[in-house]
Design a protein around this ligand. Structure first.
Ligand code: IYR
Length: 231
């Protein structure tokens, strides 16, 4: 299965390609522009059913696939669900888990933390949005002959790739929601993924509904000096 991983084989070095060599002014301008653009990303829980071209999703997945990963093993798999029947199955299973979660499985502190968001057990967006991208983390790899090999920094790598994906989708004009029904074991069966993979999160993808809202407070982010330190 893994055409990338060939145990013991060293990669040939090539001179660093795609150098940018930008002026300081240009770097400042670009970083500021990027910040303006990424500030316009908002999670939404209300999607329209407006279709999205498959090619857009494919390009964004290719962008996600360029992410760095432990030993370059790329320990992720993206299952793109469009089929309304599969989306309905996912909704039914997710809402069942969420009923247990909101109905007592989650500690009070967690439920209190979620209260400002107003989330509940109803997840209609799992059926309305044109795409659900189920991100799987490959806990360990399997070679063609069935031999297994270790992956490294699986959650970090898959998290970075998912960040690239969210950014690419936003840059393409789409909205997303990271959704994590708890637990997500049912996704292996629904998505027909092998047991060496573990569902990481569901990325709901599409356009926001006409009357979509976001919590006003979600636009208030930590100040630079609260979230960073320069030594
Ligand atoms: N999975 C639940 C609860 C939930 C948990 C977190 I952390 C969130 O940021 C939002 C929701 C749900 O999706 O409702």
């Amino acid at each position: 299965m893994s055409k990338v991983f060939t145990p013991g084989q060293k990669y040939d070095p090539i001179p660093y390609p795609d150098r940018q060599d930008l002026s300081v002014e240009e770097m400042i301008k670009r970083s500021a522009e990027f910040y303006v653009a990424i500030q316009k990303r908002h999670s939404t829980r209300e999607f329209s059913d407006t279709p999205v071209a498959r090619e857009v999703i494919e390009n964004c997945l290719k962008a996600a696939g360029t992410a760095p990963s432990g030993a370059n093993h790329q320990p992720w798999h993206f299952c793109v669900v469009r089929d309304p029947e599969i989306k309905a199955k996912i909704r039914v299973a997710a809402e069942e888990e969420e009923r247990a979660f909101y109905g007592g499985r989650a500690a009070e502190e967690w439920l209190n933390a979620l209260a400002p968001l107003g989330t509940d057990t109803e997840k209609p967006f799992l059926e309305t949005a044109p795409y659900l991208i189920i991100v799987f983390a490959e806990r360990y790899g399997v070679l063609e002959d069935g031999e297994t090999f270790k992956n490294y920094y699986v959650n970090e790598s898959t998290g970075i790739a998912t960040g690239f994906l969210i950014n690419a989708l936003h840059s393409s004009g789409l909205s997303t929601l990271t959704h994590t029904p708890n637990p997500m074991k049912f996704l292996n069966e629904v998505c027909e993924r092998p047991s060496n993979e573990k569902a990481f999160l569901i990325l709901v993808v599409g356009h926001p509904a006409e009357d979509a809202v976001i919590p006003k407070k979600s636009q208030i982010k930590k100040e630079l000096n609260e979230m960073s330190s320069f030594l």
